[in-house]
Design a protein around this ligand. Sequence first.
Ligand code: BGC
Length: 418
Amino acid sequence: MKNLHKVVALSAVALLSLTACGSGNADSSATAGGASASAANGKVANADKPLVWFNRQPSNSSTGEINMQALNFNKSTYYVGFDANQGAELQGQMVADYIQAHADKIDRNGDGTVGYVLAIGDVGHNDSVARTRGVREALGTAVKKGDQIVSDPTETNPGAVQEGKVGNFKVVELASKEMKTGAGATWDAGTAGDTITAWEGKFGDQIDVVVSNNDGMGMAMFNKWSKGAGVPTFGYDANSDAVAAIAEGYGGTISQHADVQAYLTLRVLRNALDGVDVMTGIAKADEAGNVLTDKDYRYDEAQRSFYALNLAVTADNYKDFLDATVPYAPVAKQISGDKFKVWLDTYNSADNFLGSTYVPLLQKYDKLLNLNVEYIAGDGQTESNITNRLGNPSGYDAFAINMVKTDNASSYTSLLAQ
Ligand code: BGC
């Protein structure tokens, strides 16, 4: 699997030299030297302006199928996210390794069975689905339908799991649930905190491990119950508070390299606006020396998607990850060039990962990349709460969009196509 990624990454880089993308504004020869069009001067049609989808890949929330129409909205459209399957595998492995390494005390009631509970973020978000599958696969609790691991919560589908095995222990998923508010906001930390109290009441010392699709929910459960009970809790995102909690018994988390993603989100817009090769400052160094390597990300040309690679953060290495909001050193050099105006939204102002890690990183990179970014945060429930605030797309040079629901790309593109 890992080697496969390498091959894909390498061939993607090779392909790119053949398919260097100009911007929607002008070709590279016309804009070399930086005298780019726009600065919202009305010359470029909104439909031709650079567009980056990030964190939520336009896709069918039931089947996971990528919405290539949205990714091909214009020739300067891309997705920036991270490699969900590679990260999910790491998360599952991290939990399984922990169980093996702590075999002497993990089984709290000594019944030979390790019981875990699982907080699910959003059943229609492909990153969330991948994490649920990764954990079930590594712990042996996965059930397949066709060739796909079932990712339903046991709350709605009790047959979604089977008894698993790690080392000498049987493993059971005692419960899993999508952490969603009554109003529909997903990945909800408050709901996770309430749920762990209910699960504790129901399962007591059968719960040996707590797993979460992200740190926001993981930390809510840790602070509410598992820290006091000494039950290892695993999340995803490597938010600063979760990394610090590893010193207090949080089991571990996965860095999805938000420092690389936030850079890529703004960098591909910058490159398109400058009319230069999209790989400038990414696969090949820019004038300031910013450059990434294939350890940091891979690019999938067919999906027009950049995927940052993940790293496990555990008691062994967490001290290197204590501040999640530091720009990544290989791409943290100031560049020169015109200022451009970018409109950027996050789907939910209450999302821990986006709010405490991703946006603070973006705010540092926007300065390094000379972009003037307007940040909008939604309510996590309705697309219109966000799109209502895109009343004047002509006032911006480029757009970075994080949807409430992965199905809803057209709510945005229809505004830009007018
Ligand atoms: C993060 C979650 C976050 C979600 C929002 C995921 O990539 O891991 O923490 O809530 O994105 O879309």
